[in-house]
Design a binder for this molecule. Structure first.
Ligand code: FAD
Ligand code: NDP
Length: 486
């Protein structure tokens, strides 16, 4: 075996975590290489450098979510005096996707440039571990080379997983790996799953005007505050999304005109309907099966996720792993990025700082967005007792919604979970417009250990939705959450 290059640090995977780690290591003076190779989806969709977030995740999702909200705003525009707003105008899928793709391609190009500028050697090749310090790289034509590296970082992320019992399902459905790159609009769509991906995609497809049904196996948004999950469902139903609850698909057949005949079981009863598209959003599995991990001794759990210590080290001492492919880590872009940067600083910058997983904020970009930090009500009650926590709550109507009578007045909610003894805020939940923008800053306060009194002492910005978080007085179980007046 001939070694073509030697590195201090070699990164497998050019997504959120891998790119951040490679760039940071290079900035600390390390000799760095990075391999990124996109295996096409079962339907043949492929994309460029940047990983899930850039190509088939956060970025196209947020742009399409925005496109849907922009369409819904037409109703508000009429009541705001823009009387000529054309409510009959149909959404142009091709125009939207062309603009989304152009933006993604710009990002792909920028990432390549950044690697080049920082002298990170980029390989558009599929990597696997040959030995603990040797990586085999295979290009799209089957050409092979081997590189050697002192440290290796695995940041291969994940790919969508499919329900197991439906024959040849991968050829009959799409996943989020295909949705954002579809050449034609998806038409009437069935979305299977009930978490982040299913609710976000179902929400924006409905907002864009495509008939959308979401098939829920058990509950919405497992692990999130369930009262708020219920309110998200109510809002989506109000907006036109259909929910098929307590149901699982049992068969999918391709019928005439390339439509899908889907049969499902709901509470023991069989039903069927036809759809133009079936979108499977039933979770993701780590993309580690072809890396040869077992041969070099990198341990994984039964789902193929790599087992790491808190300093991101695998069971092989010079091999590290970060991001979605690691057991127990949040599957979020900012955590993968931060983990990668901190690891590079520890390996090459003489620093000791570890990743902190406490109070990581997140937002579900459903039509009405849901942002949260820390404990859900259920988790808090489980961990402490009901007496040890106080929950402040509020149901409010954003000022801007008052021009349009049909806005759903009970939709928006805030919940603060507070430790009774210390008054520290340990959970913050906001369901309302611009949740990502609203909750981000509160994560700083919560990381610094802010108390309810410090929230109360902070002056709000009026009139905003965010100020509602600073003026909560109603206690759950005692006071009515419905907010009156301003
Ligand atoms: P990835 O970004 O997945 O990158 C891994 C890279 O490794 C890929 O490019 C892959 O092709 C490559 N690779 C795999 N195997 C090999 C190999 N053997 N050789 C070479 N290259 C290889 N997170 C948020 O924070 N906010 C959001 O709004 C959000 N929205 C999302 C929406 C969707 C639809 C999805 C699916 C995810 C979303 N996420 C979001 C999650 C986020 O995209 C991931 O957490 C993040 O991309 C993980 O980064 P990563 O570096 O671990 O892996
Ligand atoms: P999740 O693992 O979060 O959820 C999977 C969903 O699919 C659950 O509702 C689950 O139901 C359901 N499900 C699983 N198997 C089946 C089955 N066989 N039949 C029917 N339903 C099934 O996956 P997602 O793909 O939604 O998200 C993956 C990760 O990506 C998230 O955890 C998140 O970290 C990240 N992400 C982040 C986003 C953001 O930050 N805004 C957006 C999108 C993704 P049940 O509860 O019954 O198990």
């Amino acid at each position: 075996m001939q070694i073509t290059q030697e590195f201090d640090f070699f990164v497998i995977g050019g997504g959120s975590g891998g790119l951040a780690a490679a760039k940071q290591a290079a900035s600390q003076g390390a000799k760095v290489g990075l391999a990124d190779f996109v295996k096409p989806s079962p339907l043949g969709t492929k994309w460029g450098l940047g990983g899930t977030c850039v190509n088939v995740g956060c970025i196209p999702k947020k742009l399409m979510h925005f496109a849907a909200l922009a369409g819904e705003l037409r109703k508000d525009q009429v009541e705001a005096g823009w009387i000529n707003t054309d409510m009959q105008g149909k959404h142009d899928w091709n125009r939207m996707t062309e603009n989304v793709r152009n933006h993604i391609k710009k990002l792909n190009f920028q990432y390549k440039n950044q690697l080049n500028n920082q002298e990170v050697k980029y390989y558009n090749k599929l990597a696997e571990l040959e030995k603990s310090n040797i990586v085999k790289l295979v290009d799209k034509d089957g050409g092979v080379e081997f590189i050697k590296s002192k440290f290796i970082l695995i940041a291969v992320g994940g790919r969508p997983s499919y329900p197991e019992d439906i024959p040849e399902i991968e050829k009959k459905v799409i996943t989020s790996d295909d949705l954002f790159w579809l050449p034609n609009n998806p038409g009437k769509t069935l979305i299977v799953g009930a978490s982040y991906v299913a609710l976000e995609c179902g929400g924006f497809l409905n907002g864009l005007g495509y008939d959308s049904s979401i098939m829920v196996r058990s509950i919405l948004l497992r692990g999130f505050d369930q009262q708020i999950a219920g309110k998200i469902e109510d809002y989506m139903v109000e907006s036109g999304v259909k929910f098929i609850n307590e149901a699982i698909p049992i068969n999918i057949e391709v019928i005439e005109n390339n439509r899908r005949l889907v049969t499902w079981k709901q509470k023991g009863v069989q039903h069927s309907d036809t759809f133009d598209t079936v979108l499977i959003a039933t979770g993701r599995k780590s993309d580690t099966s072809k890396l040869n991990l077992e041969r070099v001794g990198v341990k994984t759990n039964k789902n193929g996720k790599i087992i790491c210590t808190i300093d991101d080290r695998t069971s092989v001492s010079n091999i590290y792993a970060i991001g979605d492919c690691v057991e127990g880590r949040p599957e979020l872009t900012p955590t993968a990025i931060k983990c990668g940067q901190l690891l590079a600083n520890r390996l090459f910058g003489g620093q000791k700082k570890m990743m902190c997983y406490q109070f990581i904020p997140t937002t579900v970009f459903t039509p009405l967005e849901y942002g949260c930090i820390g404990y859900s009500e259920e988790e808090a009650i489980n961990k402490f007792t009901q007496n040890e926590i106080i929950i402040y709550h509020s149901i409010f109507k954003p000022l801007e919604w008052n021009l349009l009578e049909s806005h759903y007045a009970q939709a928006c909610m805030i919940k603060l979970i507070v430790m009774a003894s210390t008054r520290r805020v340990i959970g913050l939940h906001y369901l309302g417009p611009n949740a990502g923008e609203v909750v981000q800053g509160y994560a700083v306060a919560m990381k610094l250990g802010a108390t309810k009194e410090q929230f109360d002492a902070t002056i709000g910005i009026h009139p905003t939705c965010s100020e509602e978080i600073l003026t909560l007085t109603a206690v759950k179980g005692i006071d009515n959450p419905q907010k009156e007046g301003c």
